[in-house]
Every structure is written in structure tokens, then in C-alpha cells.
Design a protein around this ligand. Structure first.
Ligand code: B12
Ligand code: SF4
Length: 602
């Protein structure tokens, strides 16, 4: 072997970080679209150390020519791929392509999907030069530093957390200890904009389907509330108003969570957010502060209604009492409790699914997400699977995203699983109106505006959001209407007025629509949405002059201006119509003329 393990690179390194495409198309991509948070942390550290780093989100890349063109144009010295199990083939294909075009470029894989399959990946894919195992910031930084200088094999062997090949055989260096104080990491918000944020790393529990315990070794490290809220503030100043707090269990430490919430309020950040928690890590005081500082939703892994599946098999370690209590608190404080269920588990049967549907009826979640149990490398479930089947990591040579547990269990068929899934969803849909009608919000005066906001948002979600797409939920419009009315009993809420105004308008009940919008306009005279909706009512009634009064003040709104043009046309003033048409079109915003006509055409 030559003295140098690899030839040195220039000091002005070009580094490209890529989030590679997933194998399968998804009907909705919101789950896979966001860049892994860790990539931002890695890029921030490198940028702070003076390296040129770009991140590319190719989660849905279909056209390899785009990648070919990008690699040729940027000529990166190092390409780092962030790997989940489901996008590892996307990364392998891109790595192959990159090596074809730029044989000198070093290819590095990192992330949860690479960490556990390092040996398998290095064995089979010569295009991968290095794998960063576990927490990646310093391992990758040291690697980049070495690549930019003359370095030998012994240099590389000193980088903890790194795996690579020696004489064609996979080799892994010593494991790297976790970063003690994660606040020492440069804040990625100084360099990037993003909505998924994380205030801690790790989780102390040990659920058998989850990669977190072996990745983060059940050790939890926290950002200080100051670091975290400063990050939120930086992002807020860049215009981001809604956040996903993506910690495994955001509410792990009560005092800290309350401090974060108080800091959000003290810094006057007008944000909304949602978080992930556990039913045994929540109480009224925490939820109170979360709600006051903008929390709209808390997700809880409930997993199964069957005690045996939940605690004995999946090792979730939460009791029925804790589940009921957590959902009840959220419902009382006006925070959407979202339930995550997993089905297709070992021992799943008609009976266990019945237990799940019964639990749903009991805890009355306001949002539901169900997954079929999946087997990921790094989980206890995967180790069991390998032991039982005698299979090894090379099963991943198949071009598949993942393995679903039921595919490995002869007592479960696809048909059964489909039926189980349908039963769970149908139960939620059928009983959802009851879940809404039984809401009994806590009577605390200072929460009234929050209650109004909560009820209005629910109404909007039913009418236009996520829930509107569930045909199984009966009488959506009536539900939404009731919610808007209830909201207004607590506090005047602009969107509750608007929601009602639109519902009546759709029913051609212009009289009631005008009445409720008039009421709303008393509180929110400047509201563009309320004024435009009111104008549409008058246009329907052919009272164009009245409509114009609501439209003309909004001369920055193409929508208002186009409607004004329509009013002038109806009034026979074609000169003004043309003026307004031209003006509306000159307004920057792109607007689809069909949207303007839609239901509200005159
Ligand atoms: C929050 C979260 C989400 C959020 C937000 C994700 C986001 N933007 O990061 C949402 C809900 C969108 C989500 C979606 C999915 N998730 Co998720 N998610 C998590 C969760 C709870 C935390 C992830 C996190 O932020 N960790 C903290 C940051 C700092 O770590 P990190 O991003 O992994 O990065 C570090 C290292 O991995 C490494 N690294 C990462 N990339 C790279 C690249 C290079 C070049 C290098 C050197 C190093 C490196 O260094 C980073 C810094 O230390 C984890 C569980 C867990 N605790 O890990 C599951 C988890 C990662 N998710 C998982 C899955 C399966 C998914 C989905 C594929 C599910 C789906 N529906 O298809 C999608 C994937 C898309 C995506 N973009 O994440 C699995 C992954 C299992 C696997 N082996 O594939 C996990 C482990 C949970 C589980 N079930 O076990 N997820
Ligand atoms: S599922 Fe949640 S509680 Fe269980 S180990 Fe993973 S992150 Fe922790």
C-alpha cells in the first residue's frame, strides 16, 4: 500500500450534503420531505469552520440527469449522504453516478440507516468510501479535515465513529463518545431556515420497534432553553411561524419544558408548534404552559389497545390509566391529542384490534396516525427477526424500502392487515363527531382566546385540512359550523367568523353570511379575508357598490382587485374594469383566475 491512504485534496474543499430519494412513491410526502435535522447541524459546524457546504434535498428525485448535471457543475470533493433505511438505494445509485463522473470524490454515508448497516454497505458497495456511525458532527468534521490534508491510514484510523475498508474488508474505528454539551454546536438557524427543530437528543425508553435506543444509547442530552429559544427566534425572524418540535419526548423534564414555554412568551415569539411526547410525561401544568406558548398538538405513541401487545411485546411501558389521563388533559386544555397506533404486531388478531378500536372510542383522539409495524435495522425487533429467520443484513441487497413485520409472520396475511387497518380508521371516522361533541374545555378565563383558536382550527381542519380528506367522517360541515359557533362563545376569532361566513355563503344563505361577517368586521375591520368574503356576498346579491366598498381598500390584493374589476363590469363601467384588470395582473402574486370564480362566481 502507498504511503498515503488517499491522495490529498485541496484546502478549499467543496462539500455537498445530499438527502437521497426514497424508493417508493408516497401518496403524501409530508413525512419524507423535510431534511433530516442532523444534516443542518453537520453543515452548520462545517460552515462555521470555513468549509463550503451545500445541502440538496433530493427526497423525490426522479431524473438522474439532474444529479449528473449537479455533480459535474459543483465538482464536490466530498459528498455526504444522509441515510434512512428507505432511501439507502437512492443514495447508492447516486454514489455510483458520482463516482463515475468524479472518481476522486469521497463518498460518505451517515445517519441512522448507515449506522446499523455499515458492514453490509461497505461489503457490497465499493462506491462508498466512509461511513459515519452515530452522532455525526465531529466525526465528519475530522474526516473532512483529514481529507483536505496529506493523510495516512493511521490518521484515518484515529477518527472515532468512522468505518471504512482496509484491504477491501470493512473496518470500524473506536466508537465515538456522545457530545457532552450539545449547546456547543453552532446553531444551524444562523445558516439555514427550517421548521423541524429538536431540543434534545435521545430517549431513555426501549421500545422494540424504535431505532432511537440503540442509536442514542438511551442517554438523553438537552439543549438549554436559552439555546433552543434563540434558535426559534432566529428562525422566527426569518419568517417561520410554525414549528415541529421533533424531540423523541419533548416533555421529559417538566421544569425545562415550562422554562422553554416561558421563554417563548417572554421573547414575544408569536409562533405555533406541535410536539411529540409520552402519555406518562405530561401533566396539567405542562400542557397549560405549552398551550399558552403556542402548542397546537401533542403526539403520543399509544401503539395498541391490547395491553399485551403494547407492554409485553412492544415494551412501550405505558398504562391504560396514563393514556386516558394524557388524552383527557389535552382535550381539556385545547391541545389536539394525536394518537399513533401500530398494527400488524406479533399476536395481532381480531381481538387485539377490537381492543384498539375500543381504546380509540375511550380516549377520543382528535387526530390519528396508524402505521403497520416495520422492521428497521438497529431495533430489537430486527435482532429478533434475524435470530428467528437466520437471515443477515444482506437481505437489504433486495431493492426494497423495508420489511413489514406481518410479512414474516405466517399467522398474518396482507388481507388481514388491510382489514385491521380499515377497522381502526373506520372507528376513528365514525366516532369523530362524538369526540368533538364531548369536548369539555377547562374553564379558565385566560385560556378563552386559546379555546376559541383551538375550536376554530379544528373546524378549519375538518372543512379544509387533513380531516376534510376523510370521507368516512360524517356531517363535516355541520360539525365545523358548531365548532365555529362554540369558538365565538369564548372569544371573537377572525377565522371562526370567516368559517361561518363561507359555510352560509356556500349554502346560498347570503343574509346570514352577511350578518355574521358584519359582526366579525366590527372586531376585525382590516381583515382582508372577511372583507373579500363579504364582498362576494354582495356580488351574489348584485349589490356591486356595496361589494366595492369592501374590496377597494385592499389595493395590494390581486384577489380583491380582480373582484373589483368584475364589479365594475357588472356596473357597466368597462374603462374601470380594464384598469383594475390590468392593475390586478400587475400585482406580483400569481393567481389562478379559476380560484376567483370558483364557488363564488356571480
Ligand atoms: C423527528 C423524526 C422524524 C420527523 C422529522 C425528521 C427530520 N426532519 O429530521 C418526521 C416526522 C418528518 C420523520 C419522518 C420520517 N422518519 Co423519523 N424520526 C424522527 C426522530 C424521532 C428524531 C430524528 C432526529 O431529529 N434526530 C436528531 C438528529 C440530530 O439526528 P439525525 O438527523 O439522525 O442526524 C445525526 C446522525 O444521524 C448523523 N447523520 C445524519 N445524516 C448524516 C449525513 C452524513 C453525511 C453524516 C456524516 C452524518 C449524518 O449525524 C447527525 C448529527 O449528529 C427519529 C428517532 C430518533 N430519535 O432518532 C425517527 C426516525 C429517524 N424516523 C424514522 C423513519 C422510518 C422515518 C420515515 C422514513 C418514516 C416514513 N413515514 O416514511 C420518515 C423519513 C423522512 C425524514 N425526513 O425524516 C426511523 C428511521 C429508521 C430507519 N432506520 O430508517 C427513526 C429512527 C424512528 C424509528 N422508527 O426507529 N421522522
Ligand atoms: S418509541 Fe418513543 S418512547 Fe419508545 S424508545 Fe422510541 S422514542 Fe423512546
Amino acid at each position: 500500500m502507498s504511503k498515503y491512504f488517499f491522495h490529498p485534496k485541496s484546502s478549499c474543499m467543496q462539500i455537498l450534503l445530499v438527502y437521497p430519494p426514497f424508493l417508493d412513491e408516497r401518496p403524501k410526502d409530508y413525512d419524507v420531505k423535510p431534511l433530516p435535522i442532523g444534516l443542518y447541524y453537520i453543515a452548520a459546524l462545517l460552515r462555521e469552520r470555513g468549509y463550503q457546504v451545500e445541502i440538496i434535498n433530493w427526497y423525490n428525485l426522479k431524473d438522474l440527469d439532474l444529479a449528473r448535471w449537479t455533480f459535474s457543475a459543483l465538482k464536490p470533493d466530498i459528498i455526504g449522504f444522509s441515510i434512512f433505511n428507505a432511501n439507502r438505494w437512492g443514495a447508492i445509485d447516486l454514489a455510483r453516478l458520482a463516482k463515475e463522473i468524479l472518481p476522486e470524490t469521497r463518498i460518505v454515508f451517515g445517519g441512522v440507516g448507515a449506522t446499523f448497516l455499515w458492514e453490509h454497505l461497505l461489503n457490497h458497495f465499493p462506491e462508498i468510501d466512509f461511513i459515519v456511525r452515530g452522532e455525526g458532527e465531529y466525526t465528519f468534521l475530522e474526516l473532512v479535515e483529514k481529507i483536505s490534508t496529506n493523510y495516512s491510514l493511521s490518521d484515518i484510523k484515529k477518527i472515532e465513529g468512522l468505518a471504512f475498508r482496509i484491504d477491501g474488508k470493512p473496518h470500524s474505528n473506536e466508537v465515538r463518545a456522545f457530545i457532552d454539551n450539545i449547546d456547543e454546536l453552532p446553531d444551524p438557524a444562523k445558516f439555514f431556515s427550517f421548521q423541524h427543530v429538536i431540543s434534545s437528543r435521545g430517549c431513555p425508553w426501549n421500545c422494540i420497534f424504535c431505532g432511537s435506543p440503540s442509536f442514542w444509547k438511551r442517554k438523553v442530552r438537552f439543549h438549554s432553553p436559552e439555546y433552543f429559544v434563540r434558535q426559534l427566534e432566529r428562525l422566527y425572524r426569518k419568517g417561520i411561524k410554525f414549528f415541529y418540535f421533533s424531540d423523541d419526548t419533548f416533555t421529559l423534564k417538566k421544569e425545562r419544558v415550562i422554562k422553554i414555554c416561558q421563554e417563548i412568551l417572554r421573547n414575544n415569539l408569536k409562533i405555533t408548534w406541535q410536539a411529540i411526547s409520552r402519555v406518562d410525561c405530561i401533566d396539567e401544568e405542562i400542557v397549560y404552559w405549552m398551550r399558552k406558548s403556542g402548542c397546537l398538538q401533542i403526539s403520543f405513541g399509544v401503539e395498541s389497545g391490547s395491553e399485551k401487545i403494547r407492554n409485553k411485546i412492544l415494551k412501550k411501558k405505558i398504562s391504560l390509566e396514563q393514556i386516558k389521563r394524557a388524552f383527557n388533559i389535552c382535550r381539556r386544555y385545547g391541545v389536539v391529542p394525536r394518537a399513533y397506533f401500530i398494527y400488524g404486531c406479533p399476536g395481532e388478531s381480531k381481538k387485539t384490534i377490537k381492543a384498539t378500536t375500543n381504546l380509540i372510542k375511550e380516549i377520543k383522539p382528535l387526530s390519528l396516525v396508524c402505521y403497520i409495524l416495520d422492521i428497521y435495522p438497529g431495533t430489537t425487533l430486527y435482532e429478533e427477526f434475524k435470530r428467528k429467520t437466520g437471515k443477515g443484513d444482506d437481505i437489504w441487497l433486495e431493492r426494497i424500502e423495508d420489511i413489514l413485520y406481518y410479512q414474516t409472520d405466517p399467522s398474518l396475511s396482507e388481507e388481514k392487515i388491510r382489514r385491521f387497518g380499515k377497522q381502526i380508521h373506520d372507528t376513528f371516522d365514525k366516532f369523530f363527531p362524538k369526540f368533538i361533541e364531548t369536548l369539555n374545555l377547562i374553564d379558565k378565563k385566560e385560556l378563552y382566546p386559546f379555546h376559541a383558536d383551538f375550536l376554530t382550527r379544528l373546524g378549519m381542519t375538518i372543512q379544509y385540512g387533513e380531516l376534510s380528506e376523510r370521507p368516512g367522517i360524517p356531517k363535516k360541515e355541520i360539525l365545523a359550523e358548531r365548532l365555529f359557533h362554540r369558538a365565538l362563545q369564548y372569544y371573537p376569532d377572525q377565522h371562526a367568523f370567516l368559517g361561518l361566513g363561507i359555510i352560509y355563503q356556500k349554502r346560498m344563505n347570503f343574509k346570514d353570511s352577511i350578518k355574521i361577517l358584519k359582526e366579525g368586521l366590527k372586531y376585525f375591520p382590516q381583515s382582508e379575508e372577511l372583507n373579500i368574503c363579504q364582498a362576494v356576498n354582495y356580488m351574489h346579491l348584485k349589490e356591486f357598490k356595496k361589494a366595492l366598498k369592501h374590496l377597494l381598500p385592499f389595493d395590494k390584493s390581486p384577489e380583491a382587485m380582480l373582484r373589483a374589476a368584475a364589479c365594475y363590469e357588472a356596473l357597466g363601467d368597462f374603462k374601470k374594469r380594464d384598469e383594475y384588470l390590468i392593475y390586478a395582473k400587475s400585482l406580483q402574486k400569481k393567481i389562478n383566475p379559476n380560484d376567483i370564480i370558483s364557488n363564488n362566481s356571480v
